[in-house]
Design a protein around this ligand. Structure first.
Ligand code: WTA
Length: 634
């Protein structure tokens, strides 16, 4: 696969990808290893919300990210693991070693009876065994569904049931900063209310006391057994291009998270191509993506994209502020990181911690910086550019989604023009359009609209697990003939895009997507709660904060602060700590129209503190509630 090296090459590739899409992708796909070539490049329709890529092709993705590199790069480091505690030794795995580990875990899974097509939920913290587990699933054709370690037992249970999973992989506990997370205990609790699971594979990491259930399989014992057979290095399962590779749950505007399904060949081509070009990967680069593997960024740019390119990928177990806010920079200096990819929330929080944490840190190895997950504000962009990149590292502001599989709009580092706070131009193969509320394409520049994509791309969502109608409904029906992102965007006079935020009821808190309906559902489970409405408001560090307006039963005798505590606890139990509201006010009514619809516009203004901008309230059923809510929210 050739890297785009000049602006001219970008323009040529872009033009070809639109005018002659199939020929364009066919050429790129030829650089991968196939067991059997594809018969057609792309088929399907936007109306049906369904596309297939590289039809009838056969391959195994792990052979493309491991076996393929063994002859030339077997001894090159594939994965560096930096522990939570700086005093603990880091671990590293060459391509040979990673291949060995993945084959070993693959054989462990096979011996447990995991077969091609089976769904395996993985609930682990950021340890190398998580990477082995993900790739072991891909090796044997099982569909992995990683659940972020911050989700609650209830969230795990929902995902296990929705994915119809038969197996779970977990560990006794994980470390994040100075916290120990009892992962196995959370899984145990989750599985008390789910479908019947065949086995739980448990990796013992911290020697925490855990309950041993009948269905539990001990990682180390099984590993020893498989190792003693000495016959575990096996080829990957033959997969069809469109066989599902993984499911990853993400929030939408309805209450229930959706299982976004990605398939094998298209995702492979897309993550490899976007990684190479956006980050301008070169031999010898050390790529540090700070995202957790529980999110799509970790899937695409910590595991698949870098390894498919034969890069060295660095994974970090801990958090940016432990033991102090200089930790990322220590890691960069220690491992000579050249590409650093993080989220604006992390940048803002490190910026606010103070520049003393940068003192004496050697950041000269850095070549390229990236941002992902939410719009980056100008102040954070400037700090990142000046203090981290020292003004000479191109910053790629990469716009994409769980559903897009990989980066859609971004500059190619140092190759295409960059502009602060703009994601800039589409990648080859991506055709962004702005639509107005009537669904008409807005052709002029210097305008905002709803961001859609007019052409399919290899890494696009294939379906939402078990419910294709929901996929069509969510992404392909708002604007027939287009994929709708749910985001608004501005296009400048040069055709560059700046993302302006979600236009649906989805919040972006610290770069994590959370549906307002999901949080409301959770709040409504609290005893004493009658109704709630959740909106976002600008938050200095998190980007958006969660503001909840809650009506409680006056006969439920709790003090206000106790009721608020109970609500917070319920949200943590139902979803996880990441969805805890930042502010909760108890009110006696919500602003509703005469037909009973909550006027969120008004609540948003109140949450933003813009009491003067509330506008006309005369159409409300009871305009006086607004005064009460304002008084309480002050
Ligand atoms: C937002 C994360 C502005 C957007 C990869 C999108 C961004 C949602 C950017 C997807 C960016 C992501 N600038 N906003 N560079 N990148 N977003 O699925 O609202 O966790 O729809 O994928 O994050 O979040 P998700």
């Amino acid at each position: 696969m050739n890297r785009i090296k000049t602006l001219n090459e970008y323009s040529e590739s872009y033009a070809k990808s639109i005018q002659n899409r199939d020929a364009f992708w066919s050429e790129i796909a030829h650089s991968f290893q196939w067991r059997k070539p594809w018969s057609s490049v792309c088929e399907g329709s936007m109306e049906a919300g369904s596309y297939s890529w590289f039809n009838a092709g056969e391959l195994n993705i792990t052979e493309n990210l491991l076996d393929k590199h063994l002859t030339e790069k077997g001894n090159q480091v594939a994965l560096i693991w930096e522990p939570n505690e700086p005093s603990v030794d880091f671990r590293k795995f060459t391509y040979n070693e990673l291949h060995n580990e993945v084959c070993l875990v693959a054989e462990m899974l096979r011996s447990m009876g995991v077969r091609k097509g089976d769904r395996v939920c993985i609930y682990m913290s950021m340890v190398p065994e998580l990477v082995f587990s993900v790739l072991a699933c891909a090796r044997i054709g099982a569909v992995h569904s990683v659940i972020f370690g911050g989700f609650s037992a209830k969230s795990i249970a929902d995902r296990v049931d929705d994915a119809e999973a038969d197996f779970v992989i977990t560990m006794d506990g994980g470390l994040r900063g100075n916290k120990t997370i009892p992962l196995k205990a959370v899984v145990d609790e989750a599985l008390t209310s789910t479908r019947k699971i065949k086995n739980v594979l448990v990796y013992n990491y911290l020697n925490l006391p855990t309950e041993k259930k009948e269905i539990d399989v001990d990682w180390n014992e099984l590993k020893a057994r498989v190792l003693s057979n000495n016959d575990y290095i096996k080829p990957g399962e033959t997969m069809q291009s469109e066989d599902p590779l993984f499911i990853l749950y993400t929030s939408g505007s309805t209450g229930k998270p959706k299982g976004v399904v990605h398939s094998t060949a298209g995702y492979m081509v897309w993550t490899a191509y976007t990684f190479l070009n956006v980050f301008q990967y070169q031999e010898g680069d050390i790529h540090f993506c700070t995202a957790d593997i529980g999110w799509i960024t970790g899937h695409s740019y910590l595991i698949y994209g870098p390894l498919l390119n034969g890069s060295t990928s660095l994974m970090f177990e801990g958090i940016p502020t432990f033991p102090d806010a200089g930790r990322f920079w220590d890691i960069v200096a220690k491992h000579k990181v050249s590409i650093f990819y993080t989220a604006p929330t992390a940048i803002r929080s490190l910026m606010s911690a103070g520049d003393e944490f940068l003192e004496g840190k050697n950041l000269t190895s850095l070549r390229i910086l990236g941002s992902v997950g939410e719009p980056i504000n100008e102040e954070a962009w400037n700090w990142y550019n000046e203090k981290i990149g020292k003004g000479h590292c191109p910053i790629v502001d990469t716009f994409w989604q769980t559903e897009t599989g990989g980066i859609m709009i971004s500059s190619l580092a140092g190759v295409t023009p960059s502009k602060p706070v703009f994601a800039t131009l589409p990648l080859p193969g991506v055709q962004p359009v702005l639509l107005n509320e009537q669904g008409q394409e807005i052709l002029e520049n210097e305008t905002t609209g709803n961001l859609c994509f007019a052409q399919p791309w290899p890494g696009m969502i294939r379906t939402t697990y078990g419910d294709h109608a929901r996929c069509v409904m969510n992404y392909f029906s708002a604007y027939p003939g287009y994929y709708f992102t749910g985001d608004g965007a501005y296009r400048d006079s040069n055709g560059m895009y700046r993302l302006t935020g979600r236009v649906d009821d989805v919040l972006n808190v610290s770069g994590h997507r959370i549906g307002t309906a999901e949080v409301e559902n959770a709040i409504n489970h609290t005893p004493g709660v009658i109704e709630s409405a959740v909106v976002g408001y600008p938050h200095d560090i998190k980007g958006q904060g969660i503001f909840a307006f809650v009506i409680c039963d006056p006969h439920h005798h709790l003090e206000d602060h106790e009721q608020i505590q109970a609500i917070t606890k319920t949200v943590s139990e139902q979803i996880g700590a990441i969805a805890k509201p930042d502010k909760i006010v108890l009110v006696s009514g919500l602003p509703k129209t005469r037909s009973g619809k909550i006027m969120r516009r008004i609540l948003r203004k109140i949450a933003e503190g813009e009491f003067d901008a509330i506008g006309d309230t005369t159409t409300l059923l009871d305009p006086s509630v607004v005064q009460e809510i304002m008084a309480k929210a002050k």
